[in-house]
Design a protein around this ligand. Sequence first.
Ligand SMILES: Nc1nc2c(c(=O)[nH]1)N[C@H]1C(S)=C(S)[C@@H](COP(=O)(O)O)O[C@H]1N2
Ligand SMILES: [Mo]
Length: 314
Amino acid sequence: MLIKTKSNILSSEITDRAVFESRREFIKAATIFSAGIMLPSLGHAEAGKYADVPVGPYSAKLPVTDREDVANYTNYYEFSSNKKDSTVLAKGLKTKPWSVEVAGEVEKPGVYNLEDILKDNPVQERIYRFRCVEAWSMVVPWIGFPLGDMLKRFKPTSKAKFVEFTTIYNPKVMIGQRSGGLDWPYVESLRIDEAMHPLTMMVTGMYGDELPNQNGAPLRLIVPWKYGFKSIKAIVKIRFIENMPETAWHKSAPNEYGFYANVNPEVSHPRWSQRRERVLGSSLFTPKRDTEKFNGYGAEVAALYSGMDLKKYF
Ligand SMILES: Nc1nc2c(c(=O)[nH]1)N[C@H]1C(S)=C(S)[C@@H](COP(=O)(O)O)O[C@H]1N2
Ligand SMILES: [Mo]
């Protein structure tokens, strides 16, 4: 359990300032867990030096993926369906200033500057497993804050049963948005209890630095027990709603991409098995890793789905 000491409060403020004022400076990304009795202690990490970091129960025995692999193998269909091309193409997206519209079933709707959001939500570092529906996985030290902490400040009403997120629409820069494939802008959603879960994270950085554009700068979601497509990038709108919304991938292929998208080796994608995963950065000869239910986070999140048939609600 985290005990808030003077020194970790101070590091939180330092990290916070560094992230949005002097982005390129070295960030002392000490692990600060303000939210979670359930969260693991990850020890202390310095930017760029993750080799010796005890990764904690959620990603035990899995080494942190090389930053270059995470930054140069991305899924960002607004730019390209090629996992390498978005590194260059996304450079054109202007991420400062940035604001987020908050709407729907909430007492404090409005347009919030990202800088103000960051003042209220000190960032912390968390190393999470991440599993793409295309059966590759990685382990990433993200920088961000619990989504629930931010959402609570907007005071959702009792009618808020789902939270919907929307990516920026900017076809001038996001050349993938000029053609179909997905129905733009990209939309994703979580049930309110999933959104409020302490593992669910709003991310602004990775590897002790700011988030590269191709990884979703300046603000993206990370939901570590769900397939990667739930972790929407470049968020400009958050809407609280009563009914389950339509989402981009579900709309494009409802039989392939369910609303829940919980990592589940027992439920195959119609075109491939989800039993195993290729660890990003591992050699061609390295055997694939067995995928774990809820991506290994079952002890924390399985209760959210008790009594639900996860084959039906995939
Ligand atoms: N706006 C937007 N968000 C997105 C995507 C996208 O194409 N557009 N791809 C999703 C998919 S399929 C995955 S696996 C993750 C990949 O995150 P990464 O590129 O940072 O590894 O982002 C998700 N978020
Ligand atoms: Mo994905």
